[in-house]
Design a binder for this molecule. Structure first.
Ligand code: SF4
Length: 288
């Protein structure tokens, strides 16, 4: 479907629950940043009403300016040393069994935020020994010595988003490169971590190009994959090229399963962290 009015399948739930109010309170009281609100995620009512949120660490100002992203770009503030403990306590307060942490890019820091990532993962695990910790990280410019710092903190899921197909990457992402992101995922798989990636569609890609990306990421060992519709978060962001129909998402899902992904979420409103806690891989293992 070409871009025009939003189609019916993108209508979102506006209703919220008491749990939503509880999450909002924890976020506000602890001055936490979430990608749910800074990324203007369409699922915020749904996720927060189910008592889940994705925390964003290392501030709310990003050193990159990708065309799809609503996060503010500029010179970030110094890191908050108390943040790892604040996040760990919030995971505890929210009784999260599966928490998802992401961050802005910190190209201004010598280690690009790797040590802060490590401290955050370790503190969450220490304070919440039964929680699954999923991290959605920047590329750290692909530097192995920085990625190892994050890997050694042993997140249960290491996720780094490809965001879009090879041809569109230079148009959509400001500094990240397709092959570099593939390499980051390969390094994580080689380190023995469970890896995950996600993309947005509706940016002008073809189905063949999406399948090519799926093959590329499977080849570097990626186990979990998400595909959702790109929605223009602000007027300054790149426009939607197409509203992809639900049946196309279903085809991607079937293709992904045939390619051997352990879990694949493919639907218009899927985001990389959406329903992360329902990942079938964990629901059939001892983590349950
Ligand atoms: S999909 Fe992820 S980013 Fe969006 S509201 Fe849910 S937890 Fe937050």
């Amino acid at each position: 479907m070409q871009r025009s009015e939003k189609p019916s399948w993108l209508k979102i739930k506006l209703r919220t629950t008491e749990t939503y109010a509880g999450v909002k309170k924890i976020v506000e009281l602890n001055k936490l940043h979430t990608i749910c609100s800074s990324g203007k995620c369409p699922n915020i009512n749904d996720c927060w009403s189910r008592g889940t949120a994705t925390f964003m660490i290392a501030g709310e100002v990003c050193t990159r300016s990708c065309k799809f992203c609503a996060t503010q770009t500029g010179k970030p503030l110094p890191l908050n040393e108390e943040e790892p403990m604040t996040i760990a306590r919030s995971v505890n307060l929210m009784r999260l069994k599966h928490c998802v942490i992401t961050s802005v890019d910190r190209d201004d820091l010598k280690d690009k935020g790797a040590e802060h990532w490590s401290k955050t993962i370790k503190t969450i695990k220490k304070e919440n020994p039964n929680a699954i910790v999923e991290v959605l990280t920047p590329d750290f410019d692909g530097r192995n010595e920085l990625l190892q710092i994050v890997f050694e903190a042993k997140p249960d899921v290491f996720s780094h988003n490809m965001e879009t197909i090879r041809r569109l990457t230079p148009l959509i992402r400001s500094r990240a490169k397709y092959d570099l992101s593939l390499d980051v995922l390969k390094q994580a798989s080689d380190a023995g971590l469970l890896t995950k990636t996600g993309i947005m569609v509706g940016l002008g890609e073809t189905e063949d190009e999406v399948v090519e990306l799926m093959r590329d990421v499977r080849q570097v060992g990626v186990r979990f994959f998400t595909i959702g519709q790109y929605l223009q978060p602000t007027k300054q962001n790149i426009a939607v090229a197409e509203y992809v129909k639900p049946e196309v998402f279903e085809r991607y899902k079937q293709t992904g399963l045939a390619l051997g992904f352990d879990n694949i979420e493919s639907a218009p409103l899927v985001r990389s962290s959406y329903m992360a806690e329902s990942n079938k891989y964990f629901n059939k293992t001892a983590f349950e």
